[in-house]
Design a protein around this ligand. Structure first.
Ligand code: ATP
Length: 250
């Protein structure tokens, strides 16, 4: 299988506070990876580094075999890496205009075709096409965020807690939608989550604990390892977690 995304020795943080410590992650094309970890373990930080929203102090991000450290976030989005976040939905704009914003830079006919495809794939959005995004329910807004992220038919879709704020029933719906989308769009998914229901969609699990990578392996193996589950739920810290001070010579 081709490697689509590779994070090599990623080290980064905010100001002088180090958050990630030498994290390595390899994602084959077509595989759904669930990134797990307790609050503050560094999941969002890793996703930000992948999207170019946070520079690495050291290490490398490779996409399709190419180093992309020097690519800004918009170049990454234009180059088939999408980021799903609720902040990406603009409340004052209609559903359709939000999708248009997602297609910024594409030719008009491509945007038209992408929007037509979206109406077929997400009928609820067609029904609400002229409504301001701010008037949508929480579940519908998530669907819009997902559809907007898919508008360019990305090869990699990075998602930060897609289940956040959803009721258990809606989380199940989200899992079903992600399964459908993955098969239909042939998209590789990297999703950071705390909700174990969402794990059902993952094939590979990567666990972060204290900003370091712990477990990394198939979902079945993850489920059978109680020590890893303990890490996931934040019940124990891995050994030798260093203090959060960035080394002075960095
Ligand atoms: P959560 O699920 O709670 O978002 P997470 O695993 O995604 O957790 P991060 O958001 O990556 O964790 O945060 C990792 C650490 O970095 C935390 O200690 C957090 O306080 C710190 N942090 C996150 N964002 C910033 C920021 N903008 N400035 C300073 N520190 C930050």
């Amino acid at each position: 299988m081709t490697t689509l995304l590779e994070v090599r020795h990623a080290t980064t943080g905010y100001g002088t506070i180090q958050v990630l410590w030498d994290v390595n992650v390899t994602i084959p094309e077509g595989v759904t990876v669930g990134l797990l970890g307790a609050n503050g373990s560094g999941k969002s930080t890793l996703l930000r580094a992948v999207m170019g929203l946070l520079p690495l102090w050291s290490g490398e991000v490779l996409f399709d075999g190419e180093t992309i450290n020097h690519w800004d976030p918009s170049r990454r989005v234009r180059s088939s890496i999408a980021y799903m976040s609720e902040k990406g939905v603009i409340a004052a704009l209609s559903v359709e205009d939000n999708l248009r914003v997602g297609g910024t830079g594409l030719a008009a006919r491509e945007v038209k075709a992408a929007i037509a495809r979206t109406w077929d794939d997400f009928p609820i959005l067609r029904e609400r096409r002229r409504s301001p995004a701010g008037s949508l329910s929480g579940g519908q807004r998530k669907t819009l965020a997902l559809a907007k992220a898919l508008i360019r038919q990305p090869r990699l879709l990075v998602m930060d807690e897609p289940s956040a704020g959803l009721s258990p029933i809606l989380v199940h719906e989200m899992v079903e939608t992600l399964r459908r989308v993955r098969d239909q769009y042939f998209v590789t998914l990297l999703l950071a989550e705390q909700n174990s229901t969402v794990l059902d969609v993952a094939q590979q699990i990567v666990v972060l604990a204290g900003g370091r990578k712990g477990f990394d392996g198939p979902l079945d193996e993850f489920r059978s390892r109680t020590d890893v589950a303990a890490q996931f739920f934040g019940l124990s810290a891995p050994p030798d977690v260093p203090s959060n001070e960035r080394p002075a010579n960095d």
